[in-house]
Design a protein around this ligand. Structure first.
Ligand code: ZN
Length: 83
């Protein structure tokens, strides 16, 4: 996901803006970040969002919306310098 040479710099920028996938569900506090990698993998394999979330056992709709509504802006944001 990140280039190896500028990893530290990008990570710093992302932390400031808060564009990483959230660690916990904003509403119920269930940890969700550990499932994101698997979720992304399933989507690449051609599963639907519903199938992926059901397979991961993400049942509550507050947690499901965290996955469905997340847009990865890491690449876009990393083009710009913080001044
Ligand atoms: Zn939740």
């Amino acid at each position: 996901m990140y280039g190896s040479e500028s990893k530290g710099k990008k990570t710093k920028i992302i932390q400031v803006i808060g564009m990483e996938f959230p660690i916990r569900c904003f509403t119920c506090g269930r940890p969700i970040a550990q499932d994101y990698h698997e979720y992304e993998k399933m989507l690449k394999e051609g599963k639907t969002q519903k199938e992926a979330l059901d397979a991961l056992g993400v049942k509550r709709y507050c947690c499901r919306r965290m996955f469905i509504s997340y847009v990865d802006l890491t690449e876009l944001v990393s083009k710009y310098k913080r001044t």
